[in-house]
Structures are given as C-alpha cells and as structure tokens.
Design a protein around this ligand. Structure first.
Ligand code: ADP
Length: 463
C-alpha cells in the first residue's frame, strides 16, 4: 500500500505533467498555424505585388498566361520564390470586368467569375484603379518549413519541453512538500493513537496549523486528556469504593468474630453499630446500582407533570425534623403560578433529598437552609441554598465527580459515600435537566436544578 504522501506527490506530478504536455502541444499547434498564416499572408502580398508590377509594366494582362505558364513568374518574386513557384497554379486571375484571365482549370479561362468567388478575391489595385482580382486557394496549401523556419520551430519545441520539464519539477517539489506537511500531522496523530492504544494515556500532539488538521489535532489532545482524566477517576473511584466497602465490612467482621468467639457480649450499642454499618453498606450498593443504571441509560423513569412547589413541600417535610434537631432554620419559597415540570417524582425526591442532606451536613447549628422554586426564562429553577461552610474554588469543579470528597478530613462522617452529587447529576440529566452550583467558602452554597417547564400552570403552594 502506498502512503498518502506518495499518492499526493504522484497526483501533483500527474497534474503537472498533463498541464505541461497540454501547454506544449497547444503552443506548438497554435504557433505552427499562426506562423503558417503569417507566411501565407506574406506570400499573398508578394504575389499581389508581382501581378500589379506585371500589369504596370505591360499595361495589360496580355501575355500574363504565357509568362505564368512558362516562367512561373519566378523572376518577378524576389522572396519566397520557392513557394510561389509551387503556388502559381493555385490561383485564379480575374480581369477588372470579372472575366477569368488565368485559372489552373483551363476551361474556366474566359468565363465570368461567380459572385461568391469574387467576394473571396483580393482586389489588384494600381494607382487607385482596380485592375483585376486574385482568388487564392489557400485551404489546400501544405506548408513545408525551410531550414530557418525548422530551426525556429525546433527552438520553440525545445523551449516548450524545457518549460514542461521545469513545470513538472516544480509540481514534484511542491507536491512532495505539501504531501509531507499534510501527512506529518497525520503521522503524529497515528503514533499518538498507537501510544494511547498501548495504554500510555494523555499523549498530546503538536497543533501545527489552523486548518482541519489543526482542529483534528486539538480535538485529539482534548480527547486524550479527557480519557486520561476519566481513567484516573475510574481507578480512583474503584479504589475508593473498595475502601468504602472494606471499612464497614471490617467493622462487621471484627464485631461478628468477637461476638461469635465470646470475646464480646452483645449490647444495644454494639447492635446499633452493626446496624449502622450494614445500612451504610446497603446505601453504597444502592448508589452504585443507581449510577450504573444511569450510565447505561437503563434507569427506569416515570415522567409525569408535577407542580414544582409540591416537589419542594415533599422534600421539606421529609427533612424538617432533622433540620429542627440541628437547630437550622428551614424555609420553602415557591414563586406563585409556576408551570408544571415533567419529572419522575421519586427520583426528584432522591435528588432534593441528597442536596438537603448535604446542606444539613455542611451547615452548622443556627444556620439557614432554603428550598426555592422560580422561573428563569423558559425554565424552572429548583434551588437548595444554605449559609454553611461553602466549597473551595479548587473543589468546586470536581464535586459532581464520583467519589469526590471536598474535605478529606470529613471522610468518616456517617452517611457519606462520596457518590451523592454524582448520583444527583445523573438523575437530573436522565430527566432532561441541568444542575449548577454556586458557592463561597464561609458564606454557603446554592445548588440549582433547572428543568424545561411543561407549559401548564400549577396550583398555588399549600404549606
Ligand atoms: P458526600 O457523600 O461526601 O457528601 P457528595 O457527592 O454528596 O459526597 O458531595 C461531594 C462533596 O461536595 C462533599 O464531600 C463536600 O465537600 C461538597 N459538598 C456537597 N454539598 C455541599 C454543601 N451544601 N456545602 C458544602 N460542601 C458541600
């Protein structure tokens, strides 16, 4: 298989060669015919001059036939006598009265010339008086170049061939240069792809141009970086999940072994620990299952129109007690007359529940949490705001990543799996929504979930 570079070079060479040959042939043909015409005109003029001179000398056409037939007028022609001698029987001489004086076809002599032939004839003029007409049969003529003309034509052919050669060499040089530059980026991309296929992720190529190849290289670099990041995140997540699963498991194993060996006597506190760890394990497994279903697009969803205010009330009712326990002020505020949104009510309870649990977790005693719903353009925005600890700008871009925990020191907080926000995002996106976050350390965070409104206005909020 030939490389693209060879193919491109060959294509350029072929185009150059064809162009050069075409130009050379056209120049040759055109020059020959123009040259032929030029000589013909010159010879015609010479013949006309000679005939006019003959007439002026003899004052009539008397004897012109004899002179033409016997001497071929050669004495009269100073130049090109070679051709004219050959041409003498190729013209028709007509007197001023339109009578044919001389013609190669003897039987025409003495006859009147036809109007059509007269139109094609050249007038022989002496002292402003038309002394006759000359009809030339130029079409039949075959021009045979003499030595000087042959030399001229040979030089012309050589010049055409030389320019054709230069054109071919230029096409070859330009073709190979272009082919090399075009294929260099492709070669680099191929090598980088092979490296990635071999597991060396994150490989970057140089973006050399601003054209389609440059765009391809830039997209490749982005893809390579994303792939590296995703693979890194997946490895990290697997390690984290293994760790998260191991922690409650080792607690459960330790306690159960100690209980069965009789080293420990069961009491309510131990049973509560066992129950807590089992629930944590169950939550982890549920979260992983939800995520994997969302990833494969198989998350069962029952989309139905519902008033945003109703979603907020349900979520608030489920968490009000916990907020009261933590002495956190909990408010719900829904703009009146909001249109309904099409969502899965259970999944939305999970979304708002996760956001509320986080808000409760990261808001100190005496803080405030607000659940709100309002219209933003064509969309409905459900927001969970708190005035808690906030999220650092470094953590903010990653909080929706799986297993990402903002503050490593908080890893042991009960109920955390590090998958909460990843699940929230998957659930929101599966229902056609978008999730955004705004946060400032020390001031609090606002998580906004945006859905397209279904158009129908909902009933006012009942608290
Ligand atoms: P986790 O189970 O650790 O809470 P999440 O995915 O729910 O996992 O959250 C990821 C990280 O985002 C948390 O570890 C925390 O650092 C940060 N975070 C989420 N919600 C809030 C909030 N309301 N206030 C401050 N930080 C938050």
């Amino acid at each position: 298989m030939r490389s693209i570079a060879t193919k491109l070079t060959l294509a350029f060479l072929l185009v150059g060669l064809t162009g050069a040959i075409l130009v050379a042939v056209i120049v040759q043909v055109r020059t020959r015919s123009a040259f032929n015409q030029f000589l013909l005109n010159r010879e015609q003029q010479a013949l006309v001059n000679s005939l006019v001179q003959y007439y002026q000398r003899s004052n009539s056409w008397q004897g012109v036939i004899r002179d033409l037939v016997e001497t071929g007028l050669q004495d009269s022609f100073e130049s090109n006598s070679r051709d004219l001698r050959r041409d003498w029987n190729r013209f028709v001489l007509v007197g001023p009265d339109g009578m044919i004086i001389f013609s190669p076809q003897v039987r025409q002599i003495g006859q009147q010339i036809s109007a059509r032939d007269l139109e094609k004839s050249l007038a022989l003029v002496s002292d402003g008086e038309t002394i006759g007409w000359l009809l030339l049969e130029t079409g039949l003529r075959v021009w045979v170049p003499d030595a000087a003309e042959t030399l001229f034509l040979r030089n012309l052919t050589a010049a055409s061939l030389l320019s054709a050669l230069v054109a071919v060499l230029l096409a070859l040089a330009l073709g190979s240069l272009l082919a090399y530059t075009l294929t260099r980026s492709l070669r680099e991309l191929t090598e980088a792809t092979v490296e990635i296929a071999d597991g060396r992720l994150g490989k970057q190529v140089k973006v050399r141009t601003q054209d389609e190849l440059g765009e391809l290289a830039a997209s490749f670099n982005k893809m390579s970086k994303d792939l590296e990041r995703a693979t890194q995140a997946r490895r990290q997540m697997t390690a984290d999940i293994a760790h998260d699963l191991r922690s409650p498991l080792s607690v459960l194993t330790g306690y159960s072994e100690a209980l069965s060996d009789g080293k420990l006597v069961g009491d309510p506190e131990i049973y509560q620990i066992l129950n807590q760890e089992t629930r944590h394990l169950g939550r982890l497994i549920d979260d992983l299952r939800t995520l994997s279903l969302a990833d494969s697009g198989e998350l069962p969803l029952l989309l139905q129109p519902i008033a945003p205010a109703e979603l907020l009330t349900r979520a608030a009712n489920a968490h009000r007690v916990q907020a009261d326990t933590c002495q956190i002020t909990f408010t719900v505020d829904a703009e009146p007359g909001l249109p309904e949104i099409r969502v899965d009510v259970e999944r939305m309870a999970q979304v708002l529940g996760n956001l509320l649990r986080n808000a409760l977790r990261y808001t100190p005693q005496g803080g405030k949490i607000m659940l709100s719903a309002r219209r933003v353009g064509e969309q409905i925005c459900l927001a969970v705001s708190d005035n808690g600890v906030g999220i650092t700008p470094q953590d903010l871009p990653y909080i929706f990543d799986r297993s990402y925990r903002g503050d490593q020191a908080r890893q042991s907080v009960e109920g955390e799996t590090g998958l909460g926000l990843a699940i929230v995002r998957s659930l929101v996106e599966a229902q056609g929504g978008v999730i955004e976050v705004e946060s400032q350390v020390g001031s609090g965070s606002t998580f906004k979930v945006l859905f397209q409104s279904s158009g129908q206005t909902s009933a006012p909020l009942s608290r």
